[in-house]
Structure formats: C-alpha cells, structure tokens
Design a protein around this ligand. Structure first.
Ligand code: AMP
Length: 421
C-alpha cells in the first residue's frame, strides 16, 4: 500500500460537518451586503508581487515575511494574495469603476494566503469576507460601513459576544510627528521591551503597540497616545464617526493602541474582538485608506473597508447546535413500503426538508442504529402491517416515543416538524 499524502501544514479541509455553518455565514453576508447596495467582485487569487509590496507596504510583516511569492515559468514574480483590498482596488482602477456614482460599494469572498506560524484560529490558507466603499471621505461612510459589519454579526447571532474596538491613527499630516514621539519613548524604555518590540521600534514603531506579551504591557500602557496627537481635521473626523455610531446605538470602545498590520490605513481603524478564541482575538478588522487608490495608480479616491476572518466566525458558531443535519430517516420495511415512501421523500425534499430514505432491505434494528448515527431527531417506520392499514409510525429518536399518522398525512406532518426546527 502506498503512503497516504496529507494536506500541507497550516491549511485545512472544510468538511461536510462544517460546510452548513460556512454557507450560513456566506449567505448572511451576501444578504446584508447587498441590502446595503454592495455588489460582488471576484478578483484573481494571485497578482503581481509589486501590487502587494506597494499597496500593503514594503516594511510590514506581511510583505517582509508572510507572502507566498513565486516565479512563474515566464520569470514573473507573482504572489498569492495575502489580503483582498489591494486586488479590489487594482481592479477598480483597471476597469475604470471610479466613473460610477460614489461611493462605489464592493464586496468579495474568498481565500487568502499568509506564511504565518499555524495555530488554532491562524492558518496559512484562510478565508475572508471583504467589503470596500470607495470614493467618499465623509465620516458618515465610516459609521455606515461599521454598521454593515455589525448587522452581519447580528445576522449570524454573534453580535452580543463581540466588542467593537475603535481608533484613529491620524494621517500623513499628524502621524509622522506622533511616530517620532513614540520612537523616542520606545528607545528610552527599550530595556524593558522584548526583542521583537525592540526591532520593530525602529522598523514599524506603531506595530509595537500591538505586542501581546505580558512583559511589554506596562511600557505600552504608558506610551504616548495617538489620540492626543491628532491634527484638527483627524480629530474632527473621529469625533463625527463616534457621534454617528452613537446615533445608531452601536456600542464601541475607544482603543488608542489599536494599530493594524497594513501601512495604508489612515484615520479610522477598527476591530471586532472576542474573548473566546485565545490569542487570535480579532474576528474582523478594517479601516480607512485614503491615498491608497492613488498609490496604486488611480485617481485620488478615498475609501474604507473591512475584512472578516471566516474561520474564526465559524469557530465561534461551532458551539451552537447543528440544525443542518437531516430531519428524519424514512424506514420502509420491504419493497412495497419503499414504493410508498419514495414520493413522500421526493415531495418534502422539494419543499426544502432534508430526509434520508432506507431501501427496505435492512432490519428495523439496524436502520434505527443508522438513524442514531445520523443524529436525526425523527425516524418514520412503515412495515407491512402499517402499509396495510395505510399508516406510518413517527418515532422521536431521543425519547423513543412513537405515534401513528395516516400515510396520506405524512408529508404534511414532516413539513410541520421541519418548520419547528
Ligand atoms: P487582516 O486582513 O489582517 O486585517 O485580518 C482580518 C481578519 O482576518 C482578522 O481579524 C482575522 O479574523 C482574519 N485572519 C487574518 N489572518 C488570519 C490567519 N492567518 N488565519 C485565519 N484568520 C486570519
């Protein structure tokens, strides 16, 4: 026998037991996004490496350490996308979408690739829902985009378990001065920081604020706050975003240490956090990226967007009961009963109920075992005597209680049970 080939480290199969949850999240996202006027765009999964280097920033961890970059047979450097915004905006520029009424509202769903150290909730191929609104600078759009994100999580029933962290990281007018002040502070207290923070302090100082190591926390807690360093325009923008969120009764927590892993963000940044997934506590993140479209060779269109990590959402949902399995196993005992149950199965399936059907050749005991393994709440039994009397037995699997229904009413009974789930 040959040795079985396994999947690559850090990637995973999404198995049939999990796909119902994935489909539920995706369907909710499509419904919510489209109800707010967003349209789907599907950019390719690989791009020229230069797009990400320029878009995300040469000095970010993603570009420096985490990209799947390869040369194709023509010698061109290509990269599997580590995030979607750069691709969506490349397409926006390339296809002249900026001539449409603004903001141009786009979303995309699909896999991303990052060479990170795999652990629970962190993978090398993972999936995101991405939403982008391009061409509008008004802070009302920031609040609206955040409201769409919250509505998505209300739709999947997780909003109450998440906290919205909100920050402003300034813009090219005020951030450089803050950056300098921060570097100076971090240098002064370098001895108290971990090795990684010391290196980052020179390369990408704002990211130091993101360090989760307990030893670094006292220094980071006392670091100068970006919110004290905002220029007047940025401070006003932030105040408006907050006011609009409050008007929509969307709770948030101002988190001055919230910085993100991309260079392109300006002003508003946000994350949705959970306390249930250990270190991988962000379920979604986003922010404003005025200037990025221009950096990618397009018009000076501002924009804002977010990315939701599907794996983490599904992990949060996996504690919920599985309502997606079949409703019932229909058990005919003999071919005559099978002939009678085939049209019933067909009729309920047409109306959306999922049922399994035996073929009448196994004993009742082994069919009931199968019903248990399928975890169906009901079994429907039609043996010779039931068939003669024109009846079926509906057995509730957990209690074992059985009741008789006329075969002519079986379809309606099954649909009533399906409706109660
Ligand atoms: P980012 O694009 O880094 O802002 O990430 C947005 C969201 O994608 C995060 O909040 C996570 O939920 C998810 N995410 C990012 N990186 C990974 C990864 N390596 N594995 C799984 N999910 C991820």
């Amino acid at each position: 026998m040959s040795v079985a080939i396994k999947a690559v480290r850090g990637v995973h199969d999404i198995l049939p037991a999990d796909t119902p949850r994935w489909q539920r999240v995706e369907a909710t996202a499509r419904r919510v996004f489209e109800a707010h006027g967003y349209h789907e765009i599907r950019p390719p999964i690989f791009e020229r490496t230069e797009l990400f280097a320029r878009g995300i920033g040469e000095l970010t961890d993603i570009v420096q350490k985490e990209m799947y970059t390869f040369e194709d047979k023509g010698g061109e450097s290509l990269t599997l996308r580590p995030e979607a915004t750069a691709s969506v905006l490349r397409a926006y520029v390339e296809h002249g979408l900026h001539v449409q009424p603004k903001p141009v509202r786009l979303y995309t769903i699909g896999p991303m690739f990052r060479y990170e150290r795999p652990q629970a909730g962190r993978y090398r191929q993972f999936h995101q829902l991405n939403l982008e609104a391009v061409g509008e600078v008004h802070p009302g759009l920031d609040a609206e985009v955040i409201a769409v994100l919250m509505e998505l999580f209300q739709g999947v029933g997780l909003a109450d378990r998440l906290t919205l962290a909100l920050n402003s990281i300034g813009d090219p007018a005020c951030r450089p001065a803050y950056r300098e002040k921060l570097v100076e502070y971090l240098r002064r207290r370098a001895a108290e920081l971990c090795q990684e923070c010391r290196e980052r302090a020179e390369r990408n100082p704002l990211r130091v604020l993101d360090c989760k190591k307990p030893g670094c926390q006292p220094v980071l807690d006392e670091a100068p706050s970006i919110l004290d360093a905002l220029c007047r325009e940025c401070a006003e923008h932030f105040a408006h975003v907050r006011r609009y969120l409050e008007a929509m009764a969307l709770p948030y927590r101002v988190t001055p240490r919230l910085v993100r892993g991309f260079d392109y963000y300006v002003r508003t940044t946000f994350e949705l956090l959970t306390g249930e997934l250990g270190a991988q506590n962000a379920v979604a993140g986003g922010g404003r990226y005025d200037g990025l479209v221009q950096l990618l060779g397009g018009p000076p269109d501002p924009g804002i967007g977010f990315a939701v990590g599907m794996e983490r959402v599904v992990l949060l949902l996996s504690s919920d009961s599985n309502k997606a399995g079949p409703l019932a196993l229909l058990i005919p005992l003999g071919d005559a009963a099978l002939l009678r149950l085939f049209p019933v199965a067909q009729a309920v399936r047409k109306q959306g109920a999922v049922v399994e059907l035996g073929y009448g050749v196994r004993r009742l005991r082994s069919e009931l075992d199968r019903a248990n393994r399928l975890k169906v709440p009901y079994a429907v039994i039609v043996g010779e005597s039931e068939l003669e009397k024109g009846e079926a037995l509906i057995r509730e699997m957990t209690s074992g209680a059985q009741r008789v229904v006329p075969l002519s009413r079986l379809e309606g009974e099954l649909m009533t049970l399906a409706g109660r789930r």
